[in-house]
Write a protein that binds this ligand. Structure first.
Ligand SMILES: [Zn+2]
Length: 284
């Protein structure tokens, strides 16, 4: 009996020592990562609007208020959130902004010195970022260390499994057809992981327009490579890319380039959506 009372008391003490960590997130995929790594030891507030455009998003006053109540704010980093310094100035000192992408090595756009900020398209990069998230969570709430370690290990294993699954699926695509032509330059990290060549019709953001000369160059390159399919961002108007696809005799399919697709809210679902469309587009 005495032993049972001690055990109950110990359990109660442990429970009271573990507080729930409040985490605000600026990207749906980071919200998903926080939920999976943190489990019930975290409360996640997703600040990104359901059908928002990543490169145009700025937090509203309500978002800043929500972030103020959090201990951690998760950001992609790598310049994805140009408003980050202003947000930092608006938040209380106790709220820490963690740029998870800063732990991921840069991958440059082909033939340029510009780094592609869309690191979430690589499960390997997501795995690395999950370690940085675990470290930040442990620092904030050391009493939940064990749970964060367990959650991160499971997340990392899931990323490894997705890589294996994708490699198997891509075996259907001949080496010479592994050219990923996207509406904006968002797949360099993915291409590095899976042995594809990245080509983009426009720059890093959807709204950046290519000039006529570079468009003519791209058209010539697509024809020369006999590219089978072009890919547009799932939340972008596909008209321009479809027109180009028709001109070079290719298909056009969507990819969740910015990691935002309400129809596929978890990383695994979103990644599988991309893999499925790439296989469909580039297999003969
Ligand atoms: Zn983008």
């Amino acid at each position: 009996m005495k032993k049972l009372v001690c055990a109950v008391l110990l359990a109660l003490c442990t429970l009271s020592a573990q507080a729930v960590t409040k985490v605000a997130s600026l990207h749906p995929l980071l919200s998903d990562m926080a939920r999976q790594v943190g489990g019930d030891a975290v409360e996640v507030v997703n600040l990104f609007p359901e059908n928002g455009e990543l490169h145009a998003f700025e937090p509203t006053a309500a978002d800043v208020a929500a972030a103020s109540g959090a201990q951690l704010v998760l950001a992609c980093g790598k310049g994805v959130e140009p408003y980050l310094e202003d947000l930092r100035d608006s938040l209380p000192v106790r709220t820490r902004i963690v740029e998870l992408g800063s732990t991921v090595p840069d991958v440059y756009l082909p033939g340029s010195q510009v780094a592609d900020p869309h690191w979430w398209n690589s499960p390997t990069a997501m795995k690395r970022a999950s370690r940085a998230l675990r470290a930040a969570l442990e620092q904030t709430e050391p009493a939940s260390k064990e749970q964060f370690t367990k959650g991160q290990r499971a997340y990392a294993a899931q990323m490894d499994a997705l890589v294996r699954e994708a490699r198997l699926a891509f075996a259907r695509i001949p080496q010479e057809k592994r050219v990923l032509v996207c509406s904006h330059a968002a797949m360099s990290h993915f291409c590095k992981d899976f042995g594809f060549t990245a080509l983009a019709v426009h720059g890093i953001a959807q709204e950046s327009e290519g000039d006529t000369a570079s468009l003519a160059r791209i058209l010539a390159e697509l024809r020369q490579k006999s590219v089978l399919c072009l890919f547009y961002g799932v939340n972008e108007p596909p008209k321009v890319l479809r027109t180009i696809a028709t001109q070079v005799g290719a298909k056009a399919l969507p990819l969740a380039l910015d990691g935002i697709n309400p129809a596929t809210p978890t990383y695994a679902e979103l990644f599988r959506f991309n893999v499925k469309n790439i296989v469909e587009g580039l297999s003969r």
